[in-house]
Design a protein around this ligand. Structure first.
Ligand code: SF4
Ligand code: SF4
Length: 380
Protein backbone atom coordinates (compact mmCIF):
# COMPACT_ATOMS: atom_id res chain seq x y z
CA UNK A 1 0.00 0.00 0.00
CA UNK A 2 1.53 3.30 -1.05
CA UNK A 3 0.96 6.19 1.27
CA UNK A 4 2.12 9.72 1.90
CA UNK A 5 4.70 10.13 4.64
CA UNK A 6 3.70 12.68 7.27
CA UNK A 7 6.87 14.27 8.71
CA UNK A 8 4.77 15.88 11.45
CA UNK A 9 3.32 12.58 12.69
CA UNK A 10 5.54 12.23 15.76
CA UNK A 11 4.81 15.81 16.80
CA UNK A 12 1.08 15.23 16.31
CA UNK A 13 1.04 12.02 18.36
CA UNK A 14 3.20 13.54 21.10
CA UNK A 15 0.33 15.89 21.91
CA UNK A 16 -1.62 12.86 23.18
CA UNK A 17 0.90 12.00 25.86
CA UNK A 18 4.43 11.11 26.61
CA UNK A 19 6.40 10.57 23.40
CA UNK A 20 9.53 8.45 23.39
CA UNK A 21 9.69 7.51 19.75
CA UNK A 22 13.40 8.05 19.13
CA UNK A 23 14.67 5.99 22.05
CA UNK A 24 13.55 2.76 20.38
CA UNK A 25 16.34 1.04 18.43
CA UNK A 26 14.18 -1.91 17.35
CA UNK A 27 15.73 -4.70 19.36
CA UNK A 28 12.32 -6.41 19.41
CA UNK A 29 12.45 -7.37 23.12
CA UNK A 30 9.04 -5.85 23.75
CA UNK A 31 7.33 -7.86 21.02
CA UNK A 32 9.10 -11.03 22.13
CA UNK A 33 7.92 -10.63 25.72
CA UNK A 34 4.36 -9.45 25.09
CA UNK A 35 1.89 -12.22 26.05
CA UNK A 36 -0.75 -10.89 23.65
CA UNK A 37 1.17 -10.38 20.45
CA UNK A 38 0.74 -13.07 17.80
CA UNK A 39 1.36 -13.86 14.16
CA UNK A 40 -0.29 -11.21 12.00
CA UNK A 41 -0.61 -8.78 14.93
CA UNK A 42 2.86 -7.95 16.11
CA UNK A 43 3.27 -5.15 18.62
CA UNK A 44 4.44 -2.89 20.19
CA UNK A 45 7.69 -2.51 18.16
CA UNK A 46 5.88 -2.21 14.82
CA UNK A 47 4.01 0.82 16.10
CA UNK A 48 7.31 2.60 16.78
CA UNK A 49 8.51 1.89 13.28
CA UNK A 50 5.34 3.31 11.71
CA UNK A 51 5.50 6.42 13.91
CA UNK A 52 9.21 7.04 13.23
CA UNK A 53 8.60 6.68 9.49
CA UNK A 54 5.60 9.03 9.54
CA UNK A 55 3.21 6.34 8.23
CA UNK A 56 0.02 8.06 9.25
CA UNK A 57 -2.34 5.73 7.34
CA UNK A 58 -0.65 2.64 8.77
CA UNK A 59 -1.17 3.97 12.28
CA UNK A 60 -4.77 5.01 11.55
CA UNK A 61 -5.55 1.51 10.25
CA UNK A 62 -3.72 -0.38 13.00
CA UNK A 63 -5.75 -2.54 15.33
CA UNK A 64 -2.75 -3.51 17.49
CA UNK A 65 -2.82 -0.66 20.06
CA UNK A 66 -6.28 -1.90 21.12
CA UNK A 67 -5.06 -5.48 21.49
CA UNK A 68 -2.63 -4.33 24.20
CA UNK A 69 -4.06 -4.39 27.74
CA UNK A 70 -1.16 -2.46 29.23
CA UNK A 71 0.24 -5.11 31.57
CA UNK A 72 3.53 -3.21 31.37
CA UNK A 73 5.81 -6.26 30.87
CA UNK A 74 7.32 -4.75 27.73
CA UNK A 75 8.16 -1.48 29.49
CA UNK A 76 9.99 -3.35 32.27
CA UNK A 77 12.25 -5.11 29.81
CA UNK A 78 12.94 -2.37 27.26
CA UNK A 79 16.72 -1.75 27.32
CA UNK A 80 16.20 1.84 26.16
CA UNK A 81 13.48 2.79 28.68
CA UNK A 82 11.30 3.73 25.74
CA UNK A 83 8.20 2.69 27.71
CA UNK A 84 6.43 0.79 24.91
CA UNK A 85 3.41 0.03 27.13
CA UNK A 86 2.73 3.74 27.55
CA UNK A 87 3.33 4.24 23.83
CA UNK A 88 0.46 1.85 23.13
CA UNK A 89 -1.66 3.93 25.51
CA UNK A 90 -0.73 7.15 23.70
CA UNK A 91 -1.61 5.52 20.39
CA UNK A 92 -5.02 4.51 21.74
CA UNK A 93 -5.69 8.16 22.64
CA UNK A 94 -4.51 9.29 19.23
CA UNK A 95 -6.66 6.66 17.44
CA UNK A 96 -9.73 7.71 19.44
CA UNK A 97 -9.27 11.16 17.91
CA UNK A 98 -8.69 9.67 14.45
CA UNK A 99 -12.03 7.82 14.54
CA UNK A 100 -13.96 10.74 16.01
CA UNK A 101 -15.46 12.86 13.21
CA UNK A 102 -16.62 15.60 15.62
CA UNK A 103 -13.04 16.63 16.47
CA UNK A 104 -13.97 16.80 20.16
CA UNK A 105 -11.83 13.79 21.17
CA UNK A 106 -8.73 15.56 19.82
CA UNK A 107 -9.62 18.77 21.68
CA UNK A 108 -10.28 16.89 24.93
CA UNK A 109 -7.09 14.81 24.69
CA UNK A 110 -4.82 17.70 23.76
CA UNK A 111 -6.11 20.55 25.92
CA UNK A 112 -6.62 20.28 29.66
CA UNK A 113 -8.45 23.60 29.71
CA UNK A 114 -10.82 22.46 26.98
CA UNK A 115 -11.72 19.31 28.89
CA UNK A 116 -12.27 21.13 32.18
CA UNK A 117 -14.24 23.87 30.38
CA UNK A 118 -16.46 21.23 28.73
CA UNK A 119 -17.12 19.52 32.09
CA UNK A 120 -18.03 22.83 33.77
CA UNK A 121 -20.20 23.88 30.82
CA UNK A 122 -22.20 20.63 30.88
CA UNK A 123 -22.50 20.69 34.68
CA UNK A 124 -23.94 24.24 34.55
CA UNK A 125 -26.33 23.20 31.75
CA UNK A 126 -27.52 20.32 33.97
CA UNK A 127 -28.04 22.73 36.87
CA UNK A 128 -30.15 25.06 34.73
CA UNK A 129 -32.15 22.20 33.25
CA UNK A 130 -32.77 20.67 36.68
CA UNK A 131 -33.99 23.99 38.02
CA UNK A 132 -36.18 24.80 35.02
CA UNK A 133 -37.60 21.36 34.26
CA UNK A 134 -37.96 19.90 37.71
CA UNK A 135 -38.62 22.81 40.04
CA UNK A 136 -40.83 25.16 38.07
CA UNK A 137 -43.35 23.01 36.21
CA UNK A 138 -43.99 20.88 39.29
CA UNK A 139 -43.50 23.67 41.77
CA UNK A 140 -46.49 22.92 43.96
CA UNK A 141 -44.16 22.97 46.89
CA UNK A 142 -45.26 19.50 48.06
CA UNK A 143 -41.84 17.88 47.75
CA UNK A 144 -41.90 16.72 51.30
CA UNK A 145 -44.08 13.77 52.25
CA UNK A 146 -46.75 14.00 54.91
CA UNK A 147 -44.51 11.99 57.19
CA UNK A 148 -41.61 14.38 56.38
CA UNK A 149 -40.15 11.83 53.95
CA UNK A 150 -38.60 12.11 50.49
CA UNK A 151 -40.75 12.51 47.36
CA UNK A 152 -38.04 12.32 44.75
CA UNK A 153 -40.49 11.80 41.91
CA UNK A 154 -42.17 15.08 42.77
CA UNK A 155 -39.05 17.16 42.50
CA UNK A 156 -37.46 15.17 39.68
CA UNK A 157 -40.22 13.14 38.01
CA UNK A 158 -38.73 9.97 36.58
CA UNK A 159 -40.45 10.54 33.22
CA UNK A 160 -38.60 13.83 32.70
CA UNK A 161 -35.29 12.41 33.84
CA UNK A 162 -35.95 9.39 31.63
CA UNK A 163 -36.56 11.60 28.61
CA UNK A 164 -33.22 13.31 29.28
CA UNK A 165 -31.58 9.87 29.62
CA UNK A 166 -32.94 8.75 26.27
CA UNK A 167 -31.85 11.91 24.48
CA UNK A 168 -28.38 11.59 25.99
CA UNK A 169 -28.09 7.82 25.37
CA UNK A 170 -29.30 8.22 21.77
CA UNK A 171 -26.77 10.97 21.08
CA UNK A 172 -23.94 8.97 22.65
CA UNK A 173 -24.91 5.84 20.73
CA UNK A 174 -25.04 7.75 17.45
CA UNK A 175 -21.58 9.28 17.98
CA UNK A 176 -20.00 6.01 19.12
CA UNK A 177 -21.57 3.90 16.37
CA UNK A 178 -20.56 6.37 13.67
CA UNK A 179 -17.01 6.43 15.08
CA UNK A 180 -16.91 2.62 15.14
CA UNK A 181 -17.97 2.69 11.49
CA UNK A 182 -15.07 5.07 10.81
CA UNK A 183 -12.81 2.61 12.64
CA UNK A 184 -14.08 -0.23 10.41
CA UNK A 185 -13.36 1.86 7.30
CA UNK A 186 -9.76 2.41 8.39
CA UNK A 187 -8.95 -1.03 9.78
CA UNK A 188 -10.94 -3.35 7.52
CA UNK A 189 -12.26 -1.60 4.44
CA UNK A 190 -9.07 0.23 3.48
CA UNK A 191 -6.88 -2.82 4.10
CA UNK A 192 -6.74 -4.37 0.65
CA UNK A 193 -4.25 -7.05 1.73
CA UNK A 194 -7.00 -9.32 3.13
CA UNK A 195 -10.48 -10.27 2.02
CA UNK A 196 -12.75 -10.85 5.01
CA UNK A 197 -15.14 -13.79 4.47
CA UNK A 198 -18.68 -12.49 4.98
CA UNK A 199 -19.59 -15.42 7.25
CA UNK A 200 -16.87 -14.35 9.69
CA UNK A 201 -18.86 -11.19 10.51
CA UNK A 202 -21.54 -13.52 11.93
CA UNK A 203 -19.45 -16.33 13.40
CA UNK A 204 -17.19 -13.93 15.32
CA UNK A 205 -20.09 -12.12 17.01
CA UNK A 206 -20.19 -14.67 19.86
CA UNK A 207 -16.49 -14.17 20.60
CA UNK A 208 -17.03 -10.40 20.46
CA UNK A 209 -19.78 -10.60 23.09
CA UNK A 210 -17.83 -13.08 25.22
CA UNK A 211 -14.72 -10.91 25.10
CA UNK A 212 -16.74 -7.82 26.04
CA UNK A 213 -18.30 -9.56 29.06
CA UNK A 214 -15.18 -11.37 30.31
CA UNK A 215 -12.22 -9.39 28.91
CA UNK A 216 -10.58 -12.80 28.66
CA UNK A 217 -7.61 -11.54 26.62
CA UNK A 218 -6.55 -9.34 29.54
CA UNK A 219 -6.49 -12.41 31.75
CA UNK A 220 -3.73 -13.88 29.56
CA UNK A 221 -1.25 -11.35 30.96
CA UNK A 222 0.86 -12.61 33.86
CA UNK A 223 0.57 -11.08 37.32
CA UNK A 224 -2.50 -9.02 36.48
CA UNK A 225 -5.27 -11.20 37.95
CA UNK A 226 -6.31 -8.65 40.62
CA UNK A 227 -6.14 -5.84 38.08
CA UNK A 228 -8.14 -7.88 35.57
CA UNK A 229 -10.79 -8.84 38.15
CA UNK A 230 -11.28 -5.30 39.50
CA UNK A 231 -11.28 -3.81 36.00
CA UNK A 232 -13.93 -6.35 34.99
CA UNK A 233 -15.99 -5.84 38.17
CA UNK A 234 -15.89 -2.07 37.69
CA UNK A 235 -16.85 -2.32 34.03
CA UNK A 236 -19.76 -4.73 34.64
CA UNK A 237 -20.99 -2.63 37.59
CA UNK A 238 -20.98 0.44 35.39
CA UNK A 239 -22.91 -1.40 32.66
CA UNK A 240 -25.50 -2.65 35.19
CA UNK A 241 -26.07 0.83 36.66
CA UNK A 242 -26.14 2.46 33.21
CA UNK A 243 -28.74 -0.10 32.07
CA UNK A 244 -30.88 0.41 35.19
CA UNK A 245 -30.79 4.19 34.82
CA UNK A 246 -31.35 4.39 31.07
CA UNK A 247 -33.81 1.51 30.59
CA UNK A 248 -35.45 0.89 33.97
CA UNK A 249 -35.54 4.26 35.72
CA UNK A 250 -39.18 3.87 36.75
CA UNK A 251 -38.18 0.74 38.67
CA UNK A 252 -34.93 2.22 39.98
CA UNK A 253 -36.05 5.72 41.06
CA UNK A 254 -38.91 5.09 43.47
CA UNK A 255 -40.28 7.00 46.42
CA UNK A 256 -40.95 3.70 48.17
CA UNK A 257 -38.05 2.45 50.26
CA UNK A 258 -37.87 -1.26 49.51
CA UNK A 259 -36.56 -3.81 52.03
CA UNK A 260 -32.84 -4.44 51.83
CA UNK A 261 -33.20 -7.82 50.08
CA UNK A 262 -35.30 -6.31 47.25
CA UNK A 263 -33.57 -6.89 43.87
CA UNK A 264 -33.57 -3.13 43.16
CA UNK A 265 -31.49 -2.46 46.26
CA UNK A 266 -29.33 -5.58 46.07
CA UNK A 267 -28.36 -4.99 42.45
CA UNK A 268 -27.65 -1.33 43.21
CA UNK A 269 -25.46 -2.26 46.20
CA UNK A 270 -23.43 -4.89 44.34
CA UNK A 271 -22.83 -2.55 41.41
CA UNK A 272 -21.90 0.30 43.76
CA UNK A 273 -19.37 -1.90 45.57
CA UNK A 274 -17.88 -2.88 42.17
CA UNK A 275 -17.53 0.75 41.15
CA UNK A 276 -16.21 1.99 44.46
CA UNK A 277 -13.65 -0.75 45.07
CA UNK A 278 -12.42 -0.48 41.47
CA UNK A 279 -12.11 3.31 41.59
CA UNK A 280 -10.22 3.28 44.90
CA UNK A 281 -7.88 0.58 43.57
CA UNK A 282 -7.11 2.51 40.36
CA UNK A 283 -6.72 5.86 42.13
CA UNK A 284 -4.39 4.24 44.68
CA UNK A 285 -2.32 2.73 41.85
CA UNK A 286 -1.98 6.08 40.13
CA UNK A 287 -1.02 7.90 43.32
CA UNK A 288 1.55 5.29 44.33
CA UNK A 289 2.76 4.71 40.75
CA UNK A 290 3.38 1.16 41.96
CA UNK A 291 2.50 -0.62 38.75
CA UNK A 292 4.03 -0.18 35.36
CA UNK A 293 0.68 0.81 33.84
CA UNK A 294 0.09 3.59 36.35
CA UNK A 295 3.52 5.18 36.51
CA UNK A 296 2.54 7.79 33.99
CA UNK A 297 -0.87 9.46 34.19
CA UNK A 298 -2.32 11.69 31.53
CA UNK A 299 -4.67 14.39 32.83
CA UNK A 300 -7.61 12.58 31.16
CA UNK A 301 -6.88 9.52 33.33
CA UNK A 302 -7.46 11.69 36.36
CA UNK A 303 -10.53 13.55 35.15
CA UNK A 304 -12.15 10.23 34.33
CA UNK A 305 -11.38 8.71 37.73
CA UNK A 306 -12.38 11.85 39.63
CA UNK A 307 -15.70 12.16 37.76
CA UNK A 308 -16.46 8.49 38.29
CA UNK A 309 -15.54 8.78 41.97
CA UNK A 310 -17.74 11.85 42.51
CA UNK A 311 -20.62 10.24 40.62
CA UNK A 312 -20.40 7.11 42.77
CA UNK A 313 -19.93 9.01 46.03
CA UNK A 314 -22.90 11.33 45.41
CA UNK A 315 -24.94 8.28 44.34
CA UNK A 316 -24.20 6.60 47.68
CA UNK A 317 -25.00 9.79 49.62
CA UNK A 318 -28.19 10.26 47.65
CA UNK A 319 -29.34 6.75 48.52
CA UNK A 320 -28.43 7.20 52.19
CA UNK A 321 -30.34 10.51 52.46
CA UNK A 322 -33.34 9.05 50.64
CA UNK A 323 -33.73 5.95 52.79
CA UNK A 324 -33.08 8.06 55.90
CA UNK A 325 -35.97 10.37 54.98
CA UNK A 326 -33.93 13.57 54.55
CA UNK A 327 -35.69 15.42 51.70
CA UNK A 328 -33.61 18.60 51.31
CA UNK A 329 -30.29 16.73 51.50
CA UNK A 330 -31.62 14.20 48.97
CA UNK A 331 -32.72 16.82 46.44
CA UNK A 332 -29.50 18.84 46.64
CA UNK A 333 -27.39 15.68 46.40
CA UNK A 334 -29.43 14.49 43.43
CA UNK A 335 -28.62 17.72 41.61
CA UNK A 336 -24.88 17.40 42.42
CA UNK A 337 -25.00 13.74 41.37
CA UNK A 338 -26.45 14.69 37.98
CA UNK A 339 -23.86 17.48 37.61
CA UNK A 340 -21.12 14.82 37.94
CA UNK A 341 -22.85 11.97 36.10
CA UNK A 342 -23.88 13.79 32.93
CA UNK A 343 -20.43 15.31 32.12
CA UNK A 344 -18.87 11.92 32.93
CA UNK A 345 -21.15 10.18 30.43
CA UNK A 346 -21.18 12.81 27.70
CA UNK A 347 -17.44 13.47 27.70
CA UNK A 348 -15.81 10.24 28.82
CA UNK A 349 -17.95 7.70 26.93
CA UNK A 350 -17.77 8.97 23.35
CA UNK A 351 -14.63 11.12 23.35
CA UNK A 352 -12.22 10.13 26.08
CA UNK A 353 -11.06 7.38 28.42
CA UNK A 354 -14.29 5.39 28.63
CA UNK A 355 -14.57 5.03 24.85
CA UNK A 356 -12.22 2.05 25.06
CA UNK A 357 -15.19 0.16 26.45
CA UNK A 358 -16.48 0.15 22.87
CA UNK A 359 -13.29 0.38 20.80
CA UNK A 360 -11.34 -2.45 22.45
CA UNK A 361 -13.88 -5.30 21.99
CA UNK A 362 -14.64 -4.02 18.49
CA UNK A 363 -10.90 -4.06 17.71
CA UNK A 364 -10.64 -7.66 18.96
CA UNK A 365 -13.60 -8.46 16.68
CA UNK A 366 -11.87 -6.82 13.70
CA UNK A 367 -8.66 -8.72 14.49
CA UNK A 368 -10.67 -11.96 14.56
CA UNK A 369 -12.16 -11.10 11.18
CA UNK A 370 -8.65 -10.75 9.79
CA UNK A 371 -7.58 -14.01 11.44
CA UNK A 372 -10.53 -15.75 9.74
CA UNK A 373 -9.24 -14.39 6.40
CA UNK A 374 -5.68 -15.59 7.17
CA UNK A 375 -7.01 -19.07 8.05
CA UNK A 376 -8.76 -19.34 4.70
CA UNK A 377 -5.72 -17.88 2.97
CA UNK A 378 -7.76 -14.95 1.65
CA UNK A 379 -4.64 -12.82 1.52
CA UNK A 380 -3.72 -10.70 -1.48
S1 SF4 B 1 12.23 -3.18 23.69
FE1 SF4 B 1 12.42 -0.94 23.63
S2 SF4 B 1 14.10 -0.54 22.20
FE2 SF4 B 1 13.49 -2.67 21.90
S3 SF4 B 1 12.01 -2.59 20.21
FE3 SF4 B 1 10.84 -2.46 22.09
S4 SF4 B 1 10.59 -0.28 22.48
FE4 SF4 B 1 12.24 -0.52 20.99
S1 SF4 C 1 1.87 -3.50 27.84
FE1 SF4 C 1 1.70 -5.74 27.98
S2 SF4 C 1 0.06 -6.24 26.51
FE2 SF4 C 1 0.76 -4.16 26.03
S3 SF4 C 1 2.33 -4.38 24.46
FE3 SF4 C 1 3.38 -4.34 26.44
S4 SF4 C 1 3.59 -6.48 27.05
FE4 SF4 C 1 2.03 -6.39 25.41
Amino acid sequence: MSQKVDPELTAKIEKFGKGTWNECFHCGNCTAICPLTEQGFLFPRKGYRAIQMGLKDTIAGSVEPWLCYYCGDCSKTCPRNANPGETMMVLRRYLTSVYDWTGLARRIYTSKMFEIGAIVFIAIAVLLLYVSFTFFPSGEGNWIGQDGGVLINKIAPWKRIHLGDWIMAGTLAFILISNVFNMWLKIIFKDKSVKIPFTAYITEVFDFAWNFITQKRFNKCDGTKTYWFLHLFLMLSYVVLFTMIVFFLEWFQTDTVHPIWHPQRLLGYIATVGLFVGIIYFINNRIKKAKENSKYSHYTDWTFLVLLFLTTLTGIMLHFFRISGMPVATYVTYLIHLMCLVPMLTIEVPFSKWSHLAYRPVAVYFANLKKAAYKKNLVK
